[in-house]
Design a protein around this ligand. Structure first.
Ligand code: BG6
Length: 460
């Protein structure tokens, strides 16, 4: 069953909850020009009706929200710091004090409620100026800007933040480079630029890990991977190989973070693409600073085939739909066993503790008499957590579980408010209307029970 001290909680990102995009001296980030989420084109700047910018007003309501999470018994809460709240343009030498002070209040309040903060340094939140002026991580200088940001917050929050994640879903740069401040789609950017940017981001991650350990040897740093089990569509060996090769795209990032160097299959890929990376001796040293744990998000699995190329509606990463699985209303295939599968796969591969930092069901909820009867969400989470318990029985070392969007927030892929994940309903709608009032859903008490019983109340 779940070990003692297992961290139970929920996860969010600054750009999806805070709102207040132009308060407290905050600069714009790439998120602020994506009013329709990642699936629609970027604008030149923020617009009046840009729901994404508004979040759920966590900036002003964090105490009320953290109180509700504490009531559920959370022992951890994953947030991200908005890089552009602390370094509004990203390239300044000195931080914006108001930005740090906001997170002082949030972190101190969390701790006062017995909740261990888990902080992502960049949850798809590269400052816009870094994109426009420097081309994001294609530019080596950005490693230094990120280093300055990481050092600043790690020194400032020493002893108060003990768990850090460097880049959210770092492997998604292959599919959506704009999160790393690189304008355009991968085909336009070209393999040489894209892979050089990936290298710079990996170096930045390694350097941040080194700095965290220098500043506070007790701190724990994890990488964060978008985890998608890839199953062969048929038993044909070529499909099995296609699945393995597709998995390599995700494994690369964990391999570098855990082993400190690029794997052979990746070097082959670069050769085949005709990419020559510029790697300095200092880069190699930075990559050697490996992570304490591997964290990941898990929503779905996909199938791979050597012959069929159809792409499903996935979580940024496409893939072929699995004919044996049901899907959510947004076409994300529901696969609890896939979570046990990937936990085993990652543990066997890397042998460092794992941390599930995102998992959940995006669904349309109906508020009736001040609550939501979200049995569908309870079933989804129950079934996934049962598989987590199985993986722990398999011997996987797992630090914790934070369900995604524990309080309703704005969707990353579609910017919809109606794609809800939370235990707490937030009265805000896709058109921006709503009182922002918070309501407990049925799953609120369910999760409270799961946490209080350390998983014993799950239905097998
Ligand atoms: C993950 C992201 O990919 O999936 C989150 O880290 C995101 O930011 C989550 O919100 C769920 O995706 P969506 O598109 O339903 O919000």
């Amino acid at each position: 069953m779940f070990p003692e001290g297992f961290l139970w909680g929920g996860a969010t990102a600054a750009n999806q909850i805070e709102g207040a995009y132009n308060e407290g001296g905050k600069g714009l980030s790439v998120q602020d020009i994506l009013p329709g989420g990642v699936t629609r084109p970027a604008t030149d700047g923020p617009t009046e009706d840009n729901l994404k910018l508004k979040g759920i007003d966590f900036y002003h309501r964090y105490e009320e929200d953290i109180d509700l999470l504490a009531e559920m018994g959370f022992t951890t809460f994953r947030i991200s710091f908005a890089w552009s709240r602390i370094f509004p343009r990203g390239d300044e030498a000195e931080p914006n004090r108001e930005g740090l002070e906001f997170y002082d209040r949030v972190i101190d309040y969390m701790r006062s409620q017995g909740i261990e903060p888990l902080v992502t340094l960049s949850h798809y939140e590269t400052p816009l100026h870094i994109m426009r002026e420097y081309g994001g991580f294609t530019n080596r200088k950005v490693i230094g800007f990120f280093e300055n940001y990481a050092r600043t917050v790690m020194e400032h929050f020493k002893g108060r933040v003990r768990y850090w994640l460097t880049f959210n879903e770092i492997n998604s740069v292959l599919h959506f480079p704009m999160f790393s401040g690189i304008e355009g789609i991968p085909e336009e950017i070209g393999a040489q630029n894209l892979y050089q940017a990936i290298h710079h981001e990996l170096v930045a991650s390694g350097r941040a890990t080194r700095i965290a350990h220098e500043i506070d040897p007790e701190s724990k740093v994890g990488c964060m991977i978008l985890a998608v089990p890839r199953y062969p569509l048929t038993p044909h060996p070529d499909d099995a190989m296609a699945a393995l090769i597709a998995s390599h795209d995700d494994f690369t990032f964990g391999d570098v973070h855990v082993r400190g160097e690029y794997p052979g299959y990746f070097r082959r890929k670069l050769r085949e693409l005709g990419v020559k990376l510029e790697i300095t001796d200092a880069d190699r040293e930075d990559l050697k600073h490996t992570v304490d744990f591997v964290s990941f998000s898990y929503y779905m699995s996909v199938c791979e085939s050597a012959t069929e190329k159809e792409s499903g509606k996935g979580n940024i990463i496409g893939g072929i739909p699995n004919p044996t699985l049901e899907a959510s209303e947004w076409g994300w295939q529901i696969d609890p066993v896939g979570l046990r599968y990937i936990l085993n796969e990652y543990w066997d591969r890397w042998q460092v503790p794992l941390f599930i930092v995102e998992n959940g069901l995006g669904a349309k909820d109906e508020l009736v008499n001040g609550t939501v009867e979200d049995d569908y969400r309870i079933d989804y989470l129950n079934d996934h957590l049962v598989q987590v318990a199985e993986a722990i029985e398999d011997g996987v070392q797992l630090l914790g579980y934070t369900s995604w969007g524990c309080i309703d927030l704005v969707s990353a892929s579609t910017a919809q408010m109606s794609k809800r994940y939370g235990f707490i309903y937030v009265d805000r709608h896709d058109d921006g209307s709503g009182s922002l009032q918070r309501y407990k859903k049925k799953s609120f008490d369910w999760y409270k029970q799961v946490i209080a019983s350390n998983g014993a109340s799950l239905k097998r």
